[in-house]
Write a protein that binds this ligand. Structure first.
Ligand code: ADP
Length: 306
């Protein structure tokens, strides 16, 4: 059984239903990928590396991880911090507005707690994102990269999605520096066309491939919404078409769902092109439901397990 460790933050998600009503759930880019990966490949072992608080919402998240069969061996508890939280509201034009309470969250202390508890990570694959880096202070970012170096030395495969969120970084240069460091240690990456446009001004998949050319990455999977997926594996470039969904309900977690499906397919032994088609199918299903993590029953009605 392949073991993957996914590092990041899961928050409370409060979605506005009406002026007086909120719906509560748990989500976060890397957590969404973890849940979808496990749903696609139930035989895999998916561990989430994070820190949560001692508050009741953190307890509920632990329960949620249990329901989703996510391994909690690497979930640390902070006694002084709470779970991060965000709210989503759709305005009168249907545009989504987000508000975050995450800067002091327990997850921002993940690597301090990992070091305090002298925990060492073991896995076949390790996955993290630009958001996972951004939430840490600089000493903990160095700790994260030290952990990754150790894992890579021991043969783990390193997977990275830049997932650029400008508001989480002090400056764009800071984001560029840490994103580049992450690319340099990665074996497989999922650059989003939007991320690279905002972060580097790249306009095409070729721009992205050229930028990444000297970083020694085995497999580059460029996501570009319904336009399609561009894959570069070694010297071979492939384009995987995506069937456009016309009735999009909510694009939250499209990229996360794609990554979860893609990784599940690769872990099960499928080739990159087939894995991209499978990931695209997972993403296309997720965007036809509201919220980041759609009900299991609806998911299973659309997506065959691997
Ligand atoms: P992100 O959520 O990271 O911005 P994208 O918008 O590129 O990522 O979407 C991720 C994946 O979701 C795409 O590669 C594609 O497979 C799928 N997807 C997104 N929008 C659509 C759409 N309108 N129709 C079909 N698939 C879509």
């Amino acid at each position: 059984m392949k073991r993957i460790v996914i590092y990041g933050e899961c928050m409370v998600e409060l979605r506005t239903e009406s002026a007086q009503t909120l719906t509560k759930s748990y989500a976060g880019d890397t957590y969404n990928s973890a849940v979808y990966l496990k749903r696609c490949l139930p035989s895999s072992s998916v561990s989430f590396l994070t820190a949560i608080g001692a508050d009741f919402l953190s307890d509920e998240l632990m329960f949620n991880m249990g329901e989703n069969e996510i391994n909690t061996d690497y979930v640390f508890r902070s006694v002084s911090r709470n779970l991060g939280l965000y709210m989503i509201r759709n305005d009168e034009h249907g545009e989504r507005n987000f508000a975050y309470w995450r800067s002091q969250s327990a997850a921002t202390q993940t690597f301090t707690l990992l070091e305090e508890t002298k925990t060492s990570i073991h896995c076949d694959w390790f996955y993290f994102s630009g958001i996972s880096i951004a939430i840490l202070d600089v000493p903990q970012r160095e700790s994260l990269f030290a952990v990754i170096d150790e894992l890579a030395k021991n043969g783990s495969k390193i997977v990275f999605d830049p997932n650029y969120r400008a508001s989480l970084w002090d400056t764009k240069e800071d984001a560029q520096y840490w994103t580049e460091r992450a690319y340099q240690v990665s074996d497989l990456t999922f650059p989003g066309a939007d991320d690279h446009l905002m972060l580097y001004g790249h306009r095409t998949a070729d721009d992205i491939f050229s930028y990444l050319a000297n970083k020694n990455i085995d497999e580059i999977v460029v996501k570009n919404g319904s336009v399609g997926v561009h894959i570069l594996e070694g010297k071979e470039q492939r384009i995987v078409p995506v069937e456009r969904v016309e009735q999009v309900i909510d694009t939250t977690a499209a990229g996360d769902a794609f990554n979860g499906g893609y990784l599940a397919a690769r872990l099960s032994g499928k080739k990159p092109v087939e894995s991209a088609s499978y990931g695209a199918k997972v993403a296309a299903t997720v965007i036809t439901y509201p919220g980041a993590i759609i009900p299991l029953i609806d998911f299973n009605n659309h997506i065959p397990t691997l």
